[in-house]
Design a protein around this ligand. Structure first.
Ligand SMILES: Cc1cc2nc3c(=O)[nH]c(=O)nc-3n(C[C@H](O)[C@H](O)[C@H](O)COP(=O)(O)OP(=O)(O)OC[C@H]3O[C@@H](n4cnc5c(N)ncnc54)[C@H](O)[C@@H]3O)c2cc1C
Length: 404
């Protein structure tokens, strides 16, 4: 494994860092105090600058208008972008759109690509991914109630979803629905492209999360699908292939999330060290002279570096052998990095005292927005079980984890 990077990539990472510090960091305060809508005009202006610099869609192949980075290279870019909550949006590689782009690139028909993918790549529209249901455990996604029933040339969708991130203001949803309730467990559901202006697509509300409902791209919506009819041409991939495609979507998606979390760790670490260096706890004595704080700094550095190497290894494995071969590595990083993130942000907050929990700096946002890292895309426990199950199999132990 060789994680050495070219001078060209190093320069790109440095340029992106300088750009974000100069242009995106100044927008953060308005984002933290007034929300996504307040900074949208500024973000659109900066998106145009990102396009001019040739950085737009770092994760997408060149033939489709992107930069064409490998997963490992994009991971490194993602860690830079993650240093600000606005970074990924500026480069049009934000979740959930990046995952939907990937799925459309791989499985979309030419007509689906024209209608849904092209404007998404251009940044003219946004999308969402609607799988989790309030009535069923998201950690066991084969168990769901939303159905898509064929009626002539259409599918009629009925169901109840929540945590559909970024649904408010999205143009279409990728919806998981059961198309064959009696089929084999993993072939019961399909993915459908549902324009959000389809009659029967009803956003109930953005669910309030830790006191914040979010708005637009930063919200998480509860949605009802009530006799929502879409043409059969809106089926994405084969009927019954929903779970297989979802798994495909999640592999690289977890690298993107983990590297974004590394970026959050690095920013938190910078803030922690800078504050420790300037905050005096007694005349002439900074926090950095105290051993508790020194311990937090050293522990955080070790954990971030370990996390980064683990993610780069997983990205390298996916680049070399595909997501299926890297399943263990993907599960390992998903829970490990999410927990490093939580510990590092927590130490950075603690170092800042009261200032740490205000919205004057992004730490409190990282804390409340990223607590979910240990839950979405598979909770910690499920990933740990999956890894342990595979390891124990080699020792002759068959573990049955139920549906999950
Ligand atoms: C901020 C955020 C954004 C999200 N965005 C989206 C989105 O865009 N689209 C979408 O479809 N979904 C989204 N989700 C939903 C997310 O994928 C689910 O919350 C996740 O899969 C867990 O499902 P659940 O909430 O139903 O928890 P459950 O499945 O009910 O699990 C509850 C808890 O039980 C424990 N647990 C579960 N299974 C096991 C097991 N086998 N053994 C031991 N313990 C277990 C875990 O600790 C888990 O946290 C989002 C969630 C959040 C928080």
């Amino acid at each position: 494994m060789d994680f050495a990077i070219t001078d060209q990539l190093r320069n790109l990472l440095n340029d992106i860092r300088s750009f974000l510090e100069a242009e995106a960091f100044p927008l953060e305060r308005a984002f933290l105090h007034e929300g996504f809508g307040a900074v949208l005009p500024g973000l659109e202006r900066l998106r145009a600058r990102v396009k001019e610099r040739g950085w737009w869609l770092p994760q997408v192949p060149k033939a489709e208008g992107g930069v064409g980075l490998s997963l490992l290279e994009h991971g490194l870019v993602s860690a830079e972008l993650g240093r600000t909550p606005l970074g990924h949006y500026l480069f049009n590689c934000q979740a959930p759109d990046s995952g939907n782009m990937e799925v459309l690139l791989l499985h979309g028909t030419p007509a689906q690509k024209d209608r849904f993918l092209k404007p998404l790549l251009a940044g003219r529209i946004r999308s969402c991914f609607s799988m989790t249901e309030p009535e069923h455990p998201g950690s066991n996604p084969v168990w769901m109630s939303t159905t898509a029933v064929r009626d002539g040339d259409h599918y009629v969708i009925n169901g109840h979803k929540w945590f559909t991130s970024s649904a408010e203001g999205a143009t279409f949803a990728v919806v998981m629905a059961v198309t064959d309730p009696n089929g084999p467990l993993h072939q019961r559901a399909s993915m459908l492209l549902v324009p959000c202006d389809t009659p029967g697509f009803k956003i109930v509300c953005n669910t309030s999360i830790m006191g914040h409902r979010g708005e637009g791209w930063s919200g998480h919506a509860e949605i009802r699908y009530e006799n929502c009819r879409v043409p059969k041409e809106n089926l994405l991939g084969q009927e019954g292939a929903g779970f297989a495609i979802a798994q495909e979507r999640l592999g690289p998606g977890r690298i993107h999330h983990c590297m974004r979390w590394i970026g959050i760790c690095e920013r938190s670490f910078d803030l922690m060290c800078a504050y420790a260096a300037r905050r005096e706890v007694a005349p002439g004595q900074t926090l950095g002279t105290r051993q508790f704080v020194q311990g937090w700094i050293a522990e955080s550095r070790a954990e971030i570096d370990a996390a980064r190497l683990l993610v780069l290894r997983a990205a390298w494995m996916i680049d070399q052998f595909g997501a299926k071969e890297a399943r263990n590595e993907i599960s390992l990083i998903k829970f490990y990095v999410a927990n490093v993130l939580q510990r590092v942000v927590d130490r950075a907050i603690q170092t800042h005292g009261g200032l740490g929990v205000t919205d004057e700096i992004p730490l409190s946002f990282f804390w409340r927005a990223e607590r979910s890292a240990r839950i979405y895309d598979g909770p910690d426990e499920v990933h740990k079980l999956v890894v342990a199950k595979r390891i124990l199999r080699k020792y002759g132990v068959e573990v049955h984890t139920g549906g999950a």
